[in-house]
Design a protein around this ligand. Structure first.
Ligand SMILES: Nc1ncnc2c1ncn2[C@@H]1O[C@H](COP(=O)(O)OP(=O)(O)O)[C@@H](O)[C@H]1O
Ligand SMILES: O=C(O)[C@@H](O)C(=O)COP(=O)(O)O
Length: 421
């Protein structure tokens, strides 16, 4: 293994795994830290460990991430990547700053870099400011995210609030300067450097200049240039022929806990296309009106009535979410929904469902956790950042599509199904 990556959520890990696989690395993604990481790593150029550390208390996220780093190191990783969201999802308490800083200390580094840029999905960084398509992030729907509302677009300022290390900017002019210019700036002063990056050539310049940093932190696309550099050094084994990705027969379901604008559009598109729909909500779960049992009954009946998978969604507009959070507390409202969707997924898997689309990072973490999946193989790409994946453990393989809330086109749910057909 060359690259050991630590991702702060599951959909983010899948996104990174897809980019590395697309660029020719043999990738295995784990969910949490399995006991046999060494065995998993023996067959891979990169291992991506998916944590669920984005919104937990910072000290827990640090401890979890350090455990992952130590395990990846013991399994032979030579370079490390800390993956977080392309929308830099975090709060003033963390967890990007505390985890990046702790990993830097672990690897004995005075300086490293941070960059969420993902141009293919419309995330760019200019003058240290994060844009989502044509808007500053603070003017995008991310300002109303249920757990990590992003209301400051200046990443130097955002990260400075999360770490005591100095935070600096590498401006676009340096990013596009002569080879070596980025490395020269980054290694001249201690601290974490936010990197401007507005297209893929900027991301490839990061790999060219910084592939020898023990740790790079960023969104998935920041890793896109690393496989070519490793290959040029003869570090990658010739890719063995991959077994075809054959989805197991069985019924399917779509579970959506993301409240992002894009997921809500995807739900509307699914409704228009005639998919059976069930809306759930946090207060209904808290009051016992909605249980895993009632939801599973609906899904089983609906799945028996036609070829299209049923959709269960808690996705709601910011006003509705805010009311639930006021009544129940922000974290509790989220946990109620996540736990229920996890229970539903596990129950359906036990009843012969083999294809599950899950929308939302935290949601997908809860769903995969409840399914007991611990390792995934990356399959065909549905939309940028979202592949079908197959569980590698358990008695029967399951096909999962773990969709970041913001990713995918409006017809994502339909497209996902067509791809398996
Ligand atoms: N109706 C709702 N009321 C309150 N919280 C909700 C509701 N629906 C979903 N949530 C919570 O919002 C969070 C969405 O986060 P996540 O699943 O990561 O989606 P995204 O990928 O869009 O960030 C989850 O914790 C989820 O349980
Ligand atoms: O970088 C990204 O945007 C994604 O890989 C990601 O981290 C997704 O997080 P969620 O939006 O919470 O699914």
């Amino acid at each position: 293994m060359i690259l050991g990556a630590i991702a702060d959520d599951l959909t983010g890990a899948t996104d990174l795994s897809l980019i590395l696989a697309r660029n020719g690395m043999r990738v295995v993604q784990t969910i949490g830290l399995p006991d046999d990481l060494g065995a998993v790593a023996a067959e891979a150029d990169a291992v991506v460990v998916a944590l669920k550390s984005r919104t937990i208390p910072a000290e827990e996220a640090v401890a979890m991430s350090l455990d992952a780093a130590r395990a990846l190191q013991a399994a032979g990783a030579r370079r490390f990547f800390f993956k977080y969201c392309s929308t830099f999802d975090s709060t003033d308490e963390g967890n990007i700053g505390p985890v990046a800083s702790a990993l830097m200390s672990h690897f004995d580094m005075e300086c490293s870099v941070a960059c969420p840029s993902f141009p293919e999905n419309g995330r760019t960084v200019y003058q240290g400011h994060l844009f989502v398509h044509d808007r500053l992030i603070s003017d995008s729907p991310m300002k109303d995210h249920p757990l990590t509302p992003m209301r400051d677009p200046d990443l130097v300022r955002v990260l400075s609030r999360q770490t005591e290390r100095p935070v600096h900017l590498v401006p676009l002019a340096t990013m596009r300067g002569a080879p070596g210019a980025i490395a020269a700036q980054v290694t001249a002063t201690p601290g974490i450097f936010i990197l401007d990056a507005i297209d893929d050539s900027d991301l490839r310049a990061i790999a060219r200049d910084l592939a020898d940093l023990p740790l790079i932190t960023g969104g998935s696309a920041v890793a896109m240039g690393l496989p070519d550099i490793y290959r040029a050094r003869g570090w990658l084994s010739a890719a063995a022929a991959q077994a075809p990705f054959e989805a197991p027969a069985g019924k399917g379901v779509i579970l959506a806990g993301s409240c992002s604008e894009m997921t809500r559009k995807q739900i509307d598109a699914a409704r228009r296309a005639g998919l059976p729909m069930l809306q759930i909500d946090a207060e209904g779960i808290a009051e016992g009106r909605i249980t895993a049992g009632t939801v599973v009954d609906f899904v089983e009946k609906a799945a028996g009535q036609g070829p299209l998978p049923p959709v269960v969604y808690s996705s709601a507009d910011p006003g509705t979410v805010a009311r639930a959070q006021k009544a129940l507390g922000r974290m509790r409202a989220g946990e109620l929904v996540e736990t229920l969707l996890g229970e539903v997924a596990a129950s359906l898997a036990g009843r012969g469902f083999t294809r599950i689309v899950s929308a939302g990072g935290e949601t997908s973490g809860a769903v995969a956790g409840a399914l007991g999946a611990s390792a995934l193989r990356i399959g065909p790409e549905i939309d940028p950042g979202v592949p079908w994946v197959m569980t590698l453990d358990g008695e029967r393989p399951l096909c999962l599509a773990l969709k970041s809330g913001n990713f995918g086109s409006e017809d994502f749910f339909l497209k996902a199904w067509e791809l398996l057909a």
